[in-house]
Write a protein that binds this ligand. Structure first.
Ligand SMILES: O=C1O[C@H](COP(=O)(O)O)[C@@H](O)[C@H](O)[C@H]1O
Length: 239
């Protein structure tokens, strides 16, 4: 298996610009090959910067966003207009601006009666409309090493037979969430981690040193062809 690659940029802004540029090039190349790319989005602070850069740079790219399918690696089980919702953040930052029409959102508390039901519905959507292999999975990393909504020492880390799980006791608010599992995240050609800031430096160092997945969930996700760690200098400071 290829070693994980590291791209270290001076700061979060330049990190976001580099990721957005690489994503647009990658999506353009897949479409030039006649493919409809599938991308898993993440929430979080760096993701928001990346999304805004994608919106800024998209008009000068060849990407037809109506022919890109978007998924979410995790979602907060809250009202659709909640500030906490990853879908809302991504729509406001870039999906609406670039004309993305194929966006598979996790049901919100307005459309599902429980977080378990939301997870079941999303799993069914993924079964029906998901690809054999996702082209790019983007993941933020928490200071505790969590990815998507897979948190250290939580039972969802060990789910093997399902692609989507409900989380009721997230240590980071809001507590109710829906997350893709490791098997679903690993069914990807490329995994891109997006991490900035000193507060994540320990988690990055542990993940790249191959820490136990139970302690550092980010250590447990790899792309089948490529795993890229996009870091700013502060996040890379303990490597
Ligand atoms: O709760 C979450 O946190 C992570 C990381 O967010 P950040 O603000 O520390 O960058 C994110 O990847 C995940 O999608 C989100 O639900």
């Amino acid at each position: 298996m290829r070693a994980a690659e590291r791209d270290v940029l001076p700061d979060a802004e330049r990190l976001a610009a580099a990721v957005a540029t690489a994503l647009l090039e990658h999506l353009g190349a897949l479409q030039a090959d006649g493919r409809t790319p599938h991308v898993v989005l993440t929430g979080g602070t760096v993701a928001d910067l990346v999304h805004r850069e994608v919106a800024r740079l998209a008009p000068d790219s060849s990407v037809d966003f109506a022919d890109v399918v978007f998924w979410f690696g995790d979602e907060r089980f809250v009202a659709p207009d909640s500030e906490d919702r990853n879908e809302r953040q991504a729509r406001q930052a870039f999906l609406d601006a670039v004309g993305a029409t194929q966006v598979h959102a996790v049901p919100s508390s307005a459309t599902a009666s429980s977080v378990e039901e939301a997870a079941e519905v999303y799993a069914a959507t993924l079964r029906e409309h998901g690809p054999d292999e996702i082209d790019v999975v983007m993941l933020g990393v928490g200071p505790d090493g969590h990815v998507a909504s897979l948190f250290p020492d939580h039972p969802q880390l060990f789910e093997v037979g399902v692609d989507v799980v409900a989380v009721r006791d997230s240590p980071k608010p809001p507590p109710e969430r829906v997350s893709l599992t490791f098997p679903a995240l690993q069914r990807s050609t490329e995994v891109w981690f997006l991490v900035s800031g000193e507060g994540k430096a320990d988690a990055v160092a542990r993940a790249l040193a191959g820490d136990e997945v139970r302690a550092t969930p980010a250590a447990g996700v790899r792309g089948r062809r490529r795993t890229r760690w996009w870091l700013d200098r502060a996040a890379a400071s303990r490597l």
